[in-house]
Design a binder for this molecule. Sequence first.
Ligand code: AMP
Length: 215
Amino acid sequence: MIIILFGAPGVGKGTQAKLLQERKSFRHLSTGDLLRSAIKNNTDLGRLAKSFMDKGELVTDDVVIGLVREVISHSPNESFILDGFPRTHAQAVALDVMLAEIGTGISNVINLMVPDEEIIHRLSQRRVCVTCGATYNLLANAPKKEGICDACGSEVVQRDDDSVETIRKRLALYLDKTAPLLNYYRITGKLAELDAVGDIEAINSELVQLLVKVG
Ligand code: AMP
C-alpha cells in the first residue's frame, strides 16, 4: 500500500507522515531526508544533491528515482507514505512503473493545502535537529532549551534552503513542476484534498479519516 502526501514545501507533509508512521503501520519515505542523509555522509550523490538543494532547485529525476527504487524494491510488502516524491511528471511515471513491477499500487494521494504566505511564515520559523531530524517551529513548537533538540540533545538549526528567498523559489518550482501532477492523480480517482492550516493533531485525525474513506 502506497500513500502519497502531496503539497508544496512547508504544508506539513513531513510532520503528518511522521505521525502516521508512529501510529499506523506505514514507513515514512522522504526523498528530502534521504538526500540530506547523503549530504551528511558526504557521499558523491550527497555532494551533487547539495548543489541543487541549497539553491532551492530540484535534484535530477534519475538520482531521486534511483533512491526511491532502491528503498521500495527492497521492501515490496511494506506500506509506504511518500513525502516529497513524486515532484515531476517523469517521477510520477517512474513510480507507477516501479510499483507495477512489485505488484502494488498507489492507494491514496492526499493534497495538503496551505496558503503561500502561511508557508513562508512557517518555513522561515522552522528549525531541524542536525542528528535525528526532529522538526520545530520557533513560534508554535520551539525546543524547550533554545537551539537544543528535545529528543536527542543535538543542535537545532535552520535548513540552508529555508531562507525567504529560497522558499519563494521552491514555491514557484512547485507550481511549475509539481502542482500539475494533481491532474495526473485526479483522473485516477485517488486524490483527496485537505485544508492543512490549524492544529497538527486535528489535521492528522482528518487525514486518518480520509485514508479510511478512500483506502
Ligand atoms: P524537502 O525536504 O522535501 O522539502 O526537499 C528538500 C529539497 O530536496 C528540495 O528542495 C529538492 O532540492 C530536493 N528534493 C527532495 N525531493 C525531491 C524530488 N522528489 N525531486 C527532486 N528534488 C527533490
